[in-house]
Design a protein around this ligand. Structure first.
Ligand SMILES: Cc1ncc(C[n+]2csc(CCOP(=O)(O)OP(=O)(O)O)c2C)c(N)n1
Length: 327
């Protein structure tokens, strides 16, 4: 599909996209640091550094009341949807003050108040949950949408196509949002997929679909906004393929020996934060001093969040029996 040519977003939104991406990067870098300092619960952290534009752009196109699920690399998406970084760090550190009382950790964060129906570590398993979210949105006549965020690794999972089919059949307001960082663990997408025409695959189900530069937050926002509007109007589900790159390995410990330095370098040159910063400088919406102040403010926010979370309380043995059933 051709995404309708839109005006550039309003100046406040352009700045907000930059701020959201900075917050995601600073958050993720502190998760990595905290892991190295030994204050995290668990040792497997999937960082979304490099993927910030996909999260910020789609997150900004969503509305309050929309629901969503994410894959295991979902910190950035939740931050873009209003998560409190202090409670996220607390969850990552296994503290009771975390979003899931420290029982979910990095890969299983959820918060229904913000529409987050859960991160999911089983590749593709969050997709049918978002399908159900879309059904609920329509059944309850909310006028809102449901978004499933997942990686390219899920593009060959059968459950995606079962969900696309059902969503299209029932014209459910679901956006299937693919954060295509080119690799599923150590396997590049063209070594896992017989055909790379994923947009065509979605369109086969009659689903409106678009592919976008996932290193460009404004382009992602434009495409996601258009697709979500289509779904909200009751015209059926939509599919967005955002091409991006993860700057770290699969987990923090993975040095990615399966990628060449040249490839990594060429994607790093397209850093989504730098791109938005330069764009705003050129448009006269930001100064170098303004950017330095924003970076410092975000850094302070994240430092305070880490400090707060690190002082949180550890679950007690009796907590084992809480949260098993709904209160
Ligand atoms: C059904 C299933 N198969 C295999 C795995 C092991 N696994 C964990 S992450 C991952 C790669 C996922 O790649 P992608 O969906 O592209 O997300 P990314 O990690 O690149 O963000 C795999 C294969 C799993 N968690 N679930």
């Amino acid at each position: 599909m051709n995404v309708r040519a839109e005006k550039v977003p309003a100046p406040e939104l352009r700045l907000e996209l930059l701020r959201t991406m900075l917050r995601i990067r600073e958050f993720e870098n502190r998760v990595a640091e905290s892991y190295l300092r030994g204050i995290t619960a668990g040792s497997m952290f999937h960082l979304s550094v490099g993927e910030e534009a996909a999260a910020a752009g789609t997150g900004a196109a969503m509305e309050s009341g929309d629901c969503f699920t994410t894959h295991h690399r979902g910190h950035g998406i939740f931050l873009a949807r209003g998560a409190d970084p202090s409670r996220m760090f607390a969850e990552v550190f296994g503290r009771r003050e975390g979003y899931c009382a420290g029982k979910g950790g990095s890969m299983h964060i959820a918060d229904l108040a913000l529409g987050h129906m859960g991160a999911n570590a089983i590749v593709g398993a969050n997709i049918p949950i978002s399908l159900g979210g879309g059904f609920a949105m329509r059944y309850l006549k909310t006028g809102k949408a449901s978004v499933a965020f997942f990686g390219d690794g899920a593009l060959n999972q059968g459950v995606l196509y079962e969900s696309l089919n059902m969503a299209a059949l029932w014209k459910l307001p679901v956006l299937f949002a693919v954060v295509n960082n080119q690799y599923g663990m150590g396997t590049r997408i063209d070594r896992a997929s017989a055909c790379l025409r994923f947009v065509d695959r979605a369109e086969t189900f009659g689903v409106r679909a678009a592919q976008v530069d996932g290193m460009d937050a404004e382009a992602v926002w434009r495409a996601a906004r258009e697709l979500l509007a289509h779904s909200r109007e009751g015209r059926g589900p939509t599919f967005l393929l955002a091409d991006c790159y993860r700057f770290y390995g699969h987990g923090r410990k993975d040095p990615s020996p399966y990628r060449t330095k040249e490839e990594e370098e060429s994607w790093r040159k397209r850093d989504p934060l730098d791109r938005q910063r330069k764009r705003l400088l050129e448009a006269g919406l930001l100064t170098e001093e303004g950017f330095a102040a924003l970076s410092a403010e975000v850094g302070r926010e994240m430092d305070q969040a880490v400090a707060w979370a690190a002082q949180g309380s550890m679950p007690e043995p009796a907590d084992l029996y809480r949260h098993v059933y709904a209160d």
